[in-house]
Design a protein around this ligand. Sequence first.
Ligand SMILES: Cc1cc2nc3c(=O)[nH]c(=O)nc-3n(C[C@H](O)[C@H](O)[C@H](O)COP(=O)(O)OP(=O)(O)OC[C@H]3O[C@@H](n4cnc5c(N)ncnc54)[C@H](O)[C@@H]3O)c2cc1C
Length: 400
Amino acid sequence: MGIDGSLALAPDRAPGDGPDPGSPGPERHDELRRSLTDWLRANLTPEVVAAGQAGMVSTETVEILRAWNRVLADAGWAAISWPAEYGGRDASVAEQLAFHEVMTGFKAPGPVNVIGVANVAPAIMAVGTAEQKDRYLAPMLRGDEIWCQGMSEPDSGSDLASLRTTALADGGEFVINGQKTWNSLGQYADWCQLYARTDPTAPKHKGISCLLVDMRSPGVEARPLRTMTGEAAFSELFFSDVRVPATALLGPIHEGWRVAMTTLSHERAGVARLHLGLTARFNDLLAEARQSGVEATSVERDRLAQLYAFISCMRWMTTRELEAVGRGGQPSPAMGSLAKLMWARATQELADLAVSLLGSGGLEGAWTSNFIAAPGVSIAGGTSDINRNIVAEHGLGLPR
Ligand SMILES: Cc1cc2nc3c(=O)[nH]c(=O)nc-3n(C[C@H](O)[C@H](O)[C@H](O)COP(=O)(O)OP(=O)(O)OC[C@H]3O[C@@H](n4cnc5c(N)ncnc54)[C@H](O)[C@@H]3O)c2cc1C
């Protein structure tokens, strides 16, 4: 096998090519694909694509992506999984996957308010009051208000239930004190979905509540954290005697653990599409290696073939799961953790292989941040150790 095109992973197709015969599943949702393809051809600009590739790295790219978010929302493409009554399209997981395939093919960025749209909104829809739904969902969808999540603390990460930030009731308000860290988009956020201890005397999984906190409240400070990529993609947040009204409570008092589990369980489509970004980058790597006339060593060819097989397995595994769920089956208990584990491993191997194949070229442009950010993917959203524990206990039935 050489770097000769024979290895490109589908979907490596020009947008609008129509159905990909290699794509699995009976439901191709061609109408959705066609309509999104036409819309992207008419609306997506190179400036938006470039801002999407750069990420939330400067006020300038944030504003370009916010404007794009509004365009997406006005056309009904910002959150197709949301119910139509809130501005979505009631899309099934398979339709969401079709949507993401087309978006990835165009390198089109999704909504800037990714945490709000994908994580906070499902929790508000599930346990929020009518007033909270009216107040928060529309500006969230348009990216007019950006959200962050305040879970991790300096001494509380994997063991979220050990968090120490408090929110104590006082005269019809809550008074918040404590520190959060690693808050993605924290410095840009208008609102924070915050987890704090409302009953410090209760056992650790109990006595936590979820609060919707206005980041402009007196006593809130967001300090950007610059990582080795050079970007400040997240912040640490400090809360000093921050007063929020009782209406800030999301879900029942002291039931924040249940809200957190609801928030974290809405990631099935997100997990199912992890292979798409990998596929796009794998194909970019092959194209660049071909263009620069690289002569791959036999070891590199072997690694490429293994990675190709690995990403293909991810794709088939998640597709099989989606089809089973689509036919009314139960989701496999450890599927999310398994896909996240595989994604982290493949992302790191791809970044490493790019440097091996392209030499210094593998440390230029998008490959640079790809390489430097790769170690973080096995920490964010649950570490690989924690995910291995979940696969062992819930997938394989091994003892704790
Ligand atoms: C890119 C990125 C974005 C993030 N965004 C956010 C955000 O928006 N909001 C937010 O609240 N947090 C965010 N985080 C924080 C993230 O959720 C935590 O880093 C993660 O939960 C791990 O917690 P920790 O860093 O405190 O490590 P710890 O939990 O202290 O773990 C330290 C080490 O011990 C291992 N370990 C811990 N417990 C066990 C166990 N039971 N069995 C085996 N090994 C174990 C871990 O795998 C790890 O290697 C983000 C992190 C990253 C990297």
